[in-house]
Design a protein around this ligand. Structure first.
Ligand code: PHE
Length: 467
């Protein structure tokens, strides 16, 4: 058993230190790039509704569990689980695989953002708005390797030089700028021809669009966006002071993160409607390229103003992405450090090498390995036809590993260590308002729901049942 006296550990500067660090990790490409394309793909309002429900029930429970576990044990993922018995270390190990799968492809998208940021200085906005611009940039074009390496190096250097605190301080200001800019662009998007139809599609749930695939996608997105089910929040919780209110902090992070994702949808979905013309066309076209295909078409008719707006926008997204990739890479480094008991410097070199090699490999999915269709040919998932390695890596982490880690975490908290131990941890600093919700979710609803949803998803994909 663990003593409640955690070993001396550096801690956040108060409640806001934690919230800001967690928000810097949470708000990133997941909000601006991934959320809007999933919402566009899975029926707009229906997806939005499911997502919000999942965040306030499931996401809340898991984030409370992870942060309380971290604060209680004063350890990162593997140590936190194994401090209750060596045999539980595997949950931490599984969780630790996730950042190694996400970071490489996250940095590929980070590279695309960097390219667009620079392109808005170097090329007329009208050229960037040409509909084939994006595909000719990512497909069979060695330039993407360059931007991937640029983004990777930036991430590695910030972590190696230990300057992320400084970056995160700047990020506070930039995040506000990102919000202001997104509000402005959202209003503009709504005024485009067809924009209001897009708004209706995004806000009014059409229940005929509900499907298991939608729920699975929303669940994976929730883990991704809130940085859950990969051990990060356990580590962050371990830096959390014993006398600060955990529950309130978790709420703040959720509201902030979800708010920015919803805002990004306001900006991108009506614009996508205006560009493509109908809900079906938007859903068919929605994928990793949505943001890069749609926004430049919005900026293209604005002349020089288009260049300025395009540059500022992608620069803000670039910073949000960088603070998240830093947090992802930092997690990889601390995993290597703890696991192999080596110096931080060695760990940085090893983690960087692994991510570099995997990143190059995933990027080959748009080049030499373009012929592969991993989701379709490997799993026979009809709806994923035309997939690339990036989709495959995204699938393995968000749809396979994270739900498994989340399920194991709930079972571990619900039945092995019992919720009470974490509830007491939370109550050390403040009352736990949603205590009942937490217990019921962690013990019953979350595990049952996840098993049902995942099993039906697999049976459905395998064609055994038809949902
Ligand atoms: N939550 C981040 C985003 O939405 C991604 C991320 C996941 C960052 C996990 C760190 C850890 O972009």
């Amino acid at each position: 058993m663990v003593s409640s006296d955690a070993p001396a550990r550096s801690s956040w500067s108060g409640k806001w230190g934690f919230i800001l660090a967690a928000a810097a990790s949470a708000v990133g490409l997941g909000n601006v790039w991934r959320f809007p394309y999933l919402a566009a793909k899975y029926g707009g309002g229906a997806f939005l509704l499911v997502y919000v429900i999942l965040v306030v029930t499931f996401g809340f429970t898991l984030m409370m569990a992870e942060t309380a576990l971290g604060r209680k044990t004063g350890q990162s993922a593997i140590g936190a689980f194994s401090s209750f018995g060596k045999k539980y270390a595997f949950i931490g190990v599984l969780a630790s695989l996730v950042p190694f799968i996400i970071t490489p492809y996250y940095c590929i998208i980070g590279g695309w953002v960097t390219k667009y940021m620079v392109a808005y200085i170097a090329e007329p906005a009208a050229d960037l708005g040409v509909s084939t611009y994006f595909t000719s940039f990512i497909v069979n074009n060695n330039e993407t390797y360059l931007w991937l390496v640029v983004f990777l190096m930036l991430t590695f250097f910030v972590v190696a030089l230990g300057v992320q605190r400084g970056i995160e301080r700047v990020n506070k200001v930039l995040m506000v700028a990102l919000i202001v800019m997104s509000v402005g662009l959202s209003i503009y998007s709504a005024t485009l021809p067809g924009g209001l139809d897009g708004l209706a599609y995004y806000l009014i749930p059409d229940f005929s669009k509900m499907s298991v695939e939608l729920v699975v996608a929303a669940m994976g997105q929730m883990f991704f966006s809130l940085s859950l089910a990969m051990g990060i929040m356990i580590t962050y919780g371990s830096y959390f002071q014993k006398d600060h209110d955990l529950e309130a902090s978790v709420r703040h992070i959720e509201i902030f993160d979800t708010g920015i994702a919803i805002l990004a949808g306001f900006m991108i979905i009506p614009a996508a409607f205006s560009v493509t013309g109908s809900a079906d066309a938007v859903a068919a076209k929605a994928g990793p390229g949505l943001m890069f295909g749609v926004l430049p078409q919005v900026f293209q008719n604005l002349g020089i103003a288009g260049n300025i707006i395009g540059f500022i926008f992608f620069a803000l997204v670039f910073f949000a992405a960088l603070t998240s990739s830093i947090s992802l890479f930092e997690t990889c480094v601390s995993i290597v450090c703890d696991k192999f008991d080596i110096t931080r410097k060695m760990a940085i070199i090893i983690a960087a090498a692994v991510i570099f090699v995997v990143g190059i490999f995933v990027n080959m999915g748009y080049n030499n390995l373009l012929w592969m269709d991993p989701m379709y040919s490997l799993f026979g998932f009809g709806t994923y036809q035309g997939s690339q390695l990036l989709d495959f890596f995204d699938f393995i982490s968000n749809t396979v590993l994270m739900p498994i880690v989340a399920l194991l975490t709930c079972l571990f908290v619900g039945y092995i260590i019992k919720p009470k131990i974490l509830i007491e941890e939370v109550k050390q600093s403040s009352p736990f308002h949603a205590e009942k919700l937490f217990v019921v979710m962690v013990k019953y609803i979350a595990p049952v729901f996840m098993v049902v949803i995942l099993v039906s998803y697999i049976l459905n994909a395998a064609g055994i049942i038809n949902l």
